[in-house]
Design a binder for this molecule. Sequence first.
Ligand SMILES: C[S@@+](CC[C@H](N)C(=O)[O-])C[C@H]1O[C@@H](n2cnc3c(N)ncnc32)[C@H](O)[C@@H]1O
Length: 208
Amino acid sequence: MSSSSSFWDNWAERYSKKPVADEASYQTKLRQTREYFKPDMEVLEIGCGTGSTALAHAPFVKHIRATDISKDMLAIAHKKATAANINNVTFEQSSVETLEATNESIDMVMAHSILHLLENKEAAIAKIHTTLKPGGVFVSSTACLGDTMKFFKYIGPVGKFFGLIPLVKVFTVNELVTSLTSGGFVIDHQWQPGKGKSVFIVAKKPAE
Ligand SMILES: C[S@@+](CC[C@H](N)C(=O)[O-])C[C@H]1O[C@@H](n2cnc3c(N)ncnc32)[C@H](O)[C@@H]1O
């Protein structure tokens, strides 16, 4: 696929073994997401990585289409689903930029730790808005480095040049919120566990 997919292919094994940085906050985000679930829901996840979140949520919804650009991340996700005997999660290799989805067909889109890795998050937000049914929800958790690590704007490209890190965009929580509201979403829930931590946002596409 792209240089981004080979970066994540190379990282997949190590990423899968890395413990969640803040387990308590992760569990809170899972709980807060579940407040929006209904058993008949069709969920799309972009940048699902090794599938942990999709597999944790699978028992609460009808189906999760979990997508990622990296085949090696997806191979690990697939193994985890088989081991857990979970059959309602479909893993698929696709970038958010090339993802195909029928307009207004999805009840919830999840995007965790990925919006800051995209060249154009506004284009992704627009696509997510189009795929959601009216009244659908977009759930995301995003590192907003612009609030506490503005300097990353200068060192990030150097790290990327040497292949040490992927593309990382630097923006603030307020800028992310503006991107979402300008894209037609209404913020329904916003939670940041602490300064410098990823912000968890549930944004709704207004019902017609
Ligand atoms: C930091 S990991 C997050 C994985 C998972 N969502 C989580 O929270 O653990 C970022 C993931 O996004 C994927 N990714 C990066 N750029 C992408 C793109 N343009 N389209 C789809 N997935 C992408 C990577 O392959 C990687 O699995």
